[in-house]
Design a protein around this ligand. Structure first.
Ligand code: FES
Length: 114
């Protein structure tokens, strides 16, 4: 049977590393496990989302954060940072972040046959 699992990938040693990705801004682009993602800091919480707007596939690098939503600079569709739900019934992929003793991990879903 097919089963959805999460592959955890370490992407930062410390919160300091997360701040380095942000470079003093609220959003910072990076690549984790070959995926272009955006690290977002909002209300002292970190989020990881796909760095590609589901509306027209444009980078969200210059997006802003408003009331828990990341807002695309192009047509202003907003996507909930926690759920990815957004304008026009679209969904922005988001990835959980887990803080462990040895650093920060990003979770990527995959389908397993086992
Ligand atoms: S490209 Fe992002 S809202 Fe249109």
């Amino acid at each position: 049977m097919f089963e959805t699992k999460i592959r955890w990938v370490k992407f930062a040693e410390s919160e300091n590393d997360l701040e380095k990705i942000l470079l003093g801004k609220s959003c910072g682009k990076t690549r984790i496990n070959g995926k272009a993602v955006l690290l977002v800091k909002h209300s002292d919480e970190f989020f990881l989302v796909k760095n590609k707007c589901p509306h027209q596939g444009i980078s969200l690098e210059k997006a802003s954060c408003e009331d828990g939503f990341i807002v695309c600079p192009w047509h202003r569709y907003g996507f909930d940072l926690k759920t990815g739900r957004g304008g026009g019934g679209l969904h922005l992929d988001n990835y959980p972040i887990e803080k462990r003793e040895d650093g920060f991990y990003a979770g990527f879903e995959y389908i397993s046959l086992f």
